[in-house]
Design a protein around this ligand. Structure first.
Ligand SMILES: Nc1ncnc2c1ncn2[C@@H]1O[C@H](COP(=O)(O)OP(=O)(O)OP(=O)(O)O)[C@@H](O)[C@H]1O
Length: 252
């Protein structure tokens, strides 16, 4: 699970995130969407312990981020939108590195299965510097999956992937949730995330405008199309909607 409580993040005088609260239940897949600059990446980078909250708190997999940041980092995998790989390591060496850093045992067959699943097995001995952008993205995702983390934070995971790879990724995310992982996906590709996400956190200008079930968002704000795109435009473009403190979060 992921729980944000009155989370505030300021960069100097600028408030990027303005006291947000939301809950993503364990074993579910949630979309984190919102216009550019809404605060999505700031929220994700704080939830995984890279940034410190200015105030407020996060509970990740039942652990308080402030009191046990190492415990959170052991349970969370974060894949940024432009994953930094080690250019002089091969694809397989990336998996070896993760296995060594996190002291994984008997990981090799799982590693091979992940490379097969993401159609990277032929690139197993290829250096990261010689991979395409989409391949780099898939290596980073495979490294995250290898750890079998309780919480997966994926920032724009579909950018740069071709349609077959997007399909593979969507299937793999469903598999991660099925084994009990909580997955939070930040994306602007609304039609792609609405296929796989049962929960929604919608941000604008540092506020959460909606947090709860995707089905609830669609039925309340999706108009006749009942689409996430319609929800997005209605909630972000129409000033009659106020930050989520006044909209009841609906969780299951
Ligand atoms: N290191 C930083 N220093 C100062 N301001 C920052 C910093 N990082 C982000 N911001 C600001 O915080 C706000 C939120 O940025 P953030 O990257 O979290 O948004 P986002 O929702 O992920 O946007 P996008 O969809 O464009 O990726 C923006 O106004 C951004 O300019």
């Amino acid at each position: 699970m992921i729980q944000a409580n009155e989370f505030v993040k300021r960069y100097g005088d600028f408030t990027a995130v303005n006291g947000i609260s939301f809950h993503v239940p364990g074993g579910t897949v949630a979309a984190l969407v919102g216009p550019n600059g809404a605060g999505k990446t700031t929220t994700i980078r704080t939830a995984c312990g890279i940034l410190r909250p200015t105030s407020g708190s996060f509970q990740i997999a039942g652990i308080d981020l402030r009191s046990d940041p190492v415990g959170v980092k052991q349970r969370v995998a974060y894949v940024p939108d432009d994953p930094p790989l080690f250019e002089s390591l091969t694809v397989w060496e990336h998996l070896m590195f993760i296995a060594s850093a996190y002291r994984l045992k008997d990981w090799q067959s799982n590693g091979e299965a992940l490379l097969t699943q993401f159609e990277l097995i032929a690139k197993r001995q290829t250096l990261a510097s010689e991979l395409s952008r989409g391949m780099r993205q898939k290596v980073a995702i495979a490294c995250a999956y290898l750890r079998e983390p309780e919480v997966l934070l994926l920032d724009e995971p579909m950018t740069g992937l071709d349609p077959p790879s997007i399909r593979l990724l969507k299937r793999s995310i469903a598999q991660q949730a099925a084994r009990g992982a909580t997955v939070l996906i930040s994306s602007h590709l609304l039609t792609l995330v609405e296929d796989i996400c049962t929960h929604l956190v919608l941000m604008r200008s540092g506020d959460v405008l909606f947090s709860g079930m995707m089905s609830e968002a669609r039925s309340q704000f999706g108009g006749t199309s009942q689409s996430l795109e319609e929800v997005f435009f209605r909630l972000t473009a129409d000033d009659q909607w106020t930050p989520a403190k006044s909209i009841e979060a609906v969780d299951e």
